[in-house]
Design a protein around this ligand. Structure first.
Ligand SMILES: CSC[C@@H](O)[C@@H](O)C(=O)COP(=O)(O)O
Length: 368
């Protein structure tokens, strides 16, 4: 996507042909900083500290992390160790495991001398495929948006609510939930996006607002608990979110707070769509609430809010008493029964075992 006229992906190989550039998302929206990764440890840190985040981008970064690690040591012991370390960085998004598994399947049978070049080829392929997948999600999602726009009598604006950031910053390009929105905007539909702030890390405020603004999409930031009120008053035509892990039965696990939006949408007959690429499906599990590991992050993220102060400095402030403690659950599960449809690169599926099985062969994307 474009930033002030220049096309960017969220991750790309440097001109030197081996080091990896990422956009440091912890500094957005106040500073646009490109960070150069040269070691697997730096890649693991970038994922854990959320310089990069979003399920598909985590997978892509891990794949390039493997390339950087193999440059230092292409032996089996080091390779398996780096794969374990990368998988341990974040537990919920299944794309991470899928990408590492794809690298392992390719690399382990090869002689050491061939591993580095094969790894770079595969990581580049994972990135290019992610871009194509997300563009196709956008095309299928555009169909959904067009149908709702028709039903509304083409009286604008078309109000879409989204949670967290499932835009191009969360993928290699285009995004999942935001890809249909960009395509609808480009097709001339007057979309307006309600952007959930998404506490505690404020991916909505920091990243989604920045992305949409750069693309010229109308948007309004709301605090996390406003969505239900807007839905009760007919101010939301549809919701679209992303997902970090989708079960074979269509449950979706996304940023904390997604479930409450889906409940409110159901109560108000607002369509609730979830956009996802094939590698986000975990075919090994059916029951998301029972089986998806939910990341619990450092409570510092809840205790402090980061922003730009009146002197123009980016700083943090503590929002609760020194003696109080907090809990930081990063994701929740929305059961399939609350999801109107799953927008995939292969079309829109019912959120059910049968719906997903109609589009995918469960052996295509292996994560374990
Ligand atoms: C296309 S991204 C889908 C999800 O990864 C996204 O909605 C999300 O919840 C990201 O969480 P984050 O903790 O910022 O990595």
């Amino acid at each position: 996507m474009k930033i002030d006229g220049t096309s960017y992906r969220s991750i790309w190989l440097n001109d030197d042909g081996w080091s990896v550039n990422i956009i440091d998302q912890t500094r957005l929206p106040h500073e646009f900083h490109v960070e150069r990764l040269t070691t697997v440890d730096q890649a693991a840190h970038a994922i854990k500290a959320m310089l990069v985040r979003g399920a598909p981008l985590i997978g892509a970064t891990a794949a390039y992390g493997v390339c950087l690690g193999l440059r230092a040591d292409a032996g089996d012991v080091a390779f398996n160790k780096m794969c374990e370390a990368l998988i341990a960085t974040r537990p919920t998004a299944v794309n991470l495991r899928w990408a590492i598994r794809a690298m392992q399947d390719l690399i382990l049978p090869l002689p050491e001398s061939e591993r580095v070049s094969a790894a770079y080829e595969k990581a580049t392929q994972i990135c290019d495929e992610d871009v194509a997948i997300n563009s196709a999600i956008g095309d299928h999602g555009l169909g959904v948006i067009e149908a709702i726009w028709e039903k509304k009598g083409k009286v604008g604006p078309l109000n879409i609510l989204t949670h967290c950031n499932a835009g191009w910053l969360a993928t290699v390009d285009w995004g999942t939930a935001l890809s249909p929105i960009y395509k609808a905007h480009d097709a001339g539909i007057p979309v307006h996006v309600w952007v959930d702030e998404t506490r505690p890390r404020n991916q909505g405020a920091h990243l989604t607002c920045w992305e949409l603004g750069k693309h010229g999409v109308e948007h309004t930031l709301i605090v996390d608990n406003v969505g239900g009120h807007l839905m009760q008053h007919g101010q939301v035509d549809l919701c679209i979110t992303g997902t970090d892990r989708t079960t074979a039965a269509g449950d979706v696990c996304n940023k904390i707070g997604t479930y409450l939006k889906a409940l409110a949408a159901k109560d108000n007959n607002v369509p609730f769509y979830v956009a996802l690429p094939g590698p986000t499906i975990d075919w090994e599990i059916d029951d998301g609430v029972k089986d998806i590991p939910i990341e619990i992050r450092d409570s510092h993220e809840v205790d402090y809010i980061q922003g730009k102060d009146s002197a123009g400095q980016v700083s943090e402030v503590r929002i609760l008493p020194e003696e109080s403690s907090s809990a930081n659950y990063a994701f929740d599960v929305t059961p399939a029964c609350l999801v109107t449809g799953l927008i995939t690169e292969r079309g829109v599926a019912d959120a059910s075992k049968e719906g997903l099985a109609r589009l995918y062969d469960r052996l295509e994307y292996k994560a374990s």
